[in-house]
Design a protein around this ligand. Structure first.
Ligand SMILES: Nc1ncnc2c1ncn2[C@@H]1O[C@H](COP(=O)(O)OP(=O)(O)OP(=O)(O)O)[C@@H](O)[C@H]1O
Length: 724
């Protein structure tokens, strides 16, 4: 169903508005109750797409959420089932998830980390009392009621969680590799202490901005964990307190026997703070009121677990195990659930009223989501997303050092665009020096009165060293993957990954990037992520600006009689001679100066789009999200979705998703570093290496999917530079 069809529809008594997230098998919507206007998050799951194991995971989530009522555990209000779909009506967490928080704020103050950790500990205490092990603790699964650093944190996503018999061992491979305990990765037996490894990883990431161990593959990650004898902290984290480092070290002990126990964790000095005990105590009454005692009957037997539920790390459904006779599968889902929720809510109300009256002040008030929302998201910025040196899956999230650019400033900048003629631009060769700016000589077709745009307009065309892209664009087979990367020096590979020196090839590459990113802008917009859409839209402007600069440089060189690079008059026909194709793709036969009017048109259209997008942004004083980071994360998300589709047997859709993901990464690798942005975007050789590996992986999976789909898929592999 299209997004627009979904928005504005009713689910039970709830009016659905915008999409706020998505998981491997779910889409999460913001919605309001039609009568009281209560905001909720509706997690929509298409049951037809779930195999037996995934269905059990869903039942597990419902079952767990029903039996727990605690401020640090996401609350399930209702379950609404329609043919083919189950909707979990959850309490709405305005602050999004902790991964977003880290993404926007970078590493956080130790006090903030402590505050979040105390709440995580409290939530885990509740799980423990209910004999539950989460098994997929990661920042994405920790939701925040508000956006500020005093937000209430809630453990969510219990799809992987399982009940655990005391001292029982679970044998299923679950979780996210970066946060996954080594014993799980090694397919050894594991117990509840596996969650504590994940907690250690989250704490480390909060206070350093990076995950403690990394690797390009899960095996490499495991190897890095195994060979590290002692936990290292980055130099910029040397001011961390002894207690904080001590807790990280003791939680991140490879051997679970040596790792802290839950009791030791709960009592560790870093957390030993009135807040933890208070919150735990305050929640105790509410918890005991409606938590179902963990009995034999409601514990899931460990034998029920099998490896085929371990997506996304195992793609094939191995059909292991008969799935046993989980009590969850026997549960008459909707009726029982609704009754339990109704009863629970009545009890919860009574308990909360009771506490309020008895204590004179509401213990729940500290968890109230009505706390003032910090409107200024201080981490938002258009800034250089320096790739995280250690974390292969995310760019570094250090707090921006420069002044933040806010939406209102950006709008002013866009309004300041005017088209003026300038002196002819200096014509550069395609040598190394072509990467440097040559201020004062360029023809400034576009000028602005402010700081950022002069930097945009000061672009000398970044003409790269080779036209290797030309060979790869659109030629899936001939392009292949980056298998050759290991055979060539990384320096040489870096040179080959520079943008094409052939002007028309470069313009086509930029045009292609703009269209792929435009899709992303549309997706973000439809998903209600206007701010992200707007920030990516600015990247599109930079892309078209780059294309324009190339055209003008070429025009200037023709005027001065300097031999052009790549095309000559005799080889080409102008746009007037030859009709531009309907697809809008520029032909190789054109010269840059001929397509310049079209590019100007595109650019102006995109300026207009940016202005239109800006109208949808509610608070103009908000700071800008990091566009390159968003593009990177979106590429990873597309890749994951590709994995899901592949798993579900839809090879064609998988190939399309892999292709889109790879195109975005190729943009980051090849074109983005040469765009004139403020601040500039750059990649280290390690970043480039990682991007290459991801692209290679995506291309490979795309190849498999295409062959599975019988080679009918029309998707293209991206223009991945490579050596044969
Ligand atoms: N109650 C909520 N309030 C606000 N945002 C939410 C809520 N529940 C989920 N989200 C957002 O939606 C995203 C996806 O949530 P969901 O639980 O469907 O998927 P997931 O479990 O994170 O994905 P996967 O199943 O692939 O691990 C979350 O990361 C979060 O950003």
């Amino acid at each position: 169903m299209s997004q627009s069809a979904v928005r504005g529809r009713m689910v039970g008594d709830y009016l659905v508005s915008r999409q706020i997230g998505s998981g491997s098998f779910s889409v999460v919507w913001h919605a309001r109750h039609r009568v009281h206007g209560t905001e909720v998050a509706i997690k929509e799951i298409a049951t037809g797409r779930l195999n037996k194991k995934l269905h059990e995971s869903l039942m597990s989530e419902i079952f767990i959420l029903q039996r727990i009522n605690h401020p640090n555990i996401i609350r399930l209000h209702d379950i609404i089932e329609v043919p083919g779909k189950i909707h979990l009506v959850l309490e709405y967490c305005r602050g999004g998830d902790l991964s977003m928080y880290i993404q926007y704020h970078g590493r956080v103050l130790e006090e903030t980390a402590k505050y979040f950790m105390q709440q995580l500990a409290t939530g885990l205490q509740v799980l423990r009392e209910n004999n539950l092990i989460h098994r997929d603790l990661k920042p994405q699964n920790l939701l925040l009621a508000t956006r500020d650093e005093r937000s209430v944190l809630k453990i969510a996503d219990f799809g992987f969680a399982r009940s655990l018999q005391p001292r029982g061992l679970a044998e299923t491979l679950c979780g996210s590799p970066l946060y996954m305990a080594p014993e799980i990765m090694q397919l050894q037996k594991y117990d509840a202490k596996a969650d504590l490894w994940s907690v250690g990883t989250i704490l480390y990431q909060l206070v350093t901005g990076k995950t403690p161990f990394t690797g390009n593959t899960q095996i490499q990650l495991l190897q890095n964990i195994i060979k590290s004898n002692e936990l290292h902290f980055p130099p910029e984290s040397r001011d961390l307190s002894f207690n904080c480092k001590d807790l990280c070290q003791k939680l991140l002990r490879r051997n679970p026997v040596e790792r802290l126990t839950f009791e030791e964790f709960f009592n560790h000095s870093f957390l030993h703070h009135r807040g933890l005990n208070d919150s735990a105590r305050n929640s105790q009454s509410a918890r005991s009121a409606d938590c179902y005692p963990a009995t034999e009957s409601n514990l899931v037997k460990m034998e029920d677990s099998s490896h085929d539920e371990c997506f996304p790390f195992i793609l094939e459904d191995e059909g292991i195990g008969s799935c046993g006779s989980s009590s969850l599968t026997k549960m008459p889902l909707v009726e029982t659930s609704k009754r339990l929720i109704r009863e629970r809510d009545v009890v919860r109300k009574e308990v909360e009223d009771n506490i309020y009256n008895k204590m004179g002040h509401p213990s729940i008030s500290r968890y109230s989501s009505s706390a003032p929302v910090n409107k200024s998201l201080s981490g938002f910025d258009i800034r250089k997303p320096v790739a995280n040196r250690d974390d292969p899956l995310s760019f570094d999230c250090q707090p921006p050092s420069g002044p933040h650019l806010r939406v209102e400033d950006t709008l002013e900048l866009i309004k300041d665009y005017v088209i003026v003629s300038g002196p002819p631009m200096d014509v550069s060769s395609h040598s190394e020096s072509a990467f440097k700016l040559s201020h004062g000589k360029q023809q400034n077709l576009l000028k602005t009165s402010t700081d950022i745009m002069p930097r945009l307009s000061a672009a000398e065309p970044s003409i790269g060293a080779t036209d290797i892209n030309a060979r790869c664009i659109g030629s899936l087979e001939s392009c292949g993957s980056a298998h050759g990367t290991s055979l060539v020096s990384s320096d040489l590979q870096d040179v080959l990954e520079r943008p094409s020196a052939h002007c028309m090839t470069r313009i086509k590459s930029l045009q292609h990037c703009a269209s792929v990113i435009k899709e992303l802008v549309n997706e973000k917009f439809t998903a209600g992520r206007q701010l992200e859409a707007f920030s990516i839209q600015l990247v599109i402007l930079a892309i078209w600006k780059q294309a324009l600069d190339i055209c003008h440089t070429r025009a200037a060189s023709s005027m001065e009689g300097i031999p052009s690079h790549g095309t000559s008059r005799s080889e080409t026909r102008s746009c007037e001679d030859q009709e531009c194709p309907n697809s809008g793709v520029f032909s190789d036969n054109f010269r840059p100066e001929d397509v310049s009017p079209q590019i100007e048109g595109e650019f102006l259209r995109e300026v207009e789009n940016a202005e239109n997008l800006a109208k949808f942004i509610e608070h103009e004083c908000m700071e800008m999200p990091d566009a390159m980071e968003t593009i990177f994360q979106s590429a990873l998300a597309l890749g994951r979705r590709g994995g899901v589709e592949e798993l579900m047997g839809d090879a064609e859709t998988a190939a399309v998703l892999y292709s889109k993901a790879a195109h975005l990464l190729v943009f980051l690798l090849v074109e983005a570093p040469s765009l004139i942005l403020n601040p500039p975007f750059s990649l280290t050789s390690t970043d480039r290496y990682r991007l290459r590996n991801y692209i290679e992986l995506l291309n490979r999976r795309q190849g498999y999917s295409r062959s599975d789909a019988g080679g009918t898929s029309q998707v293209q592999r991206p223009a991945m530079p490579h050596l044969k």
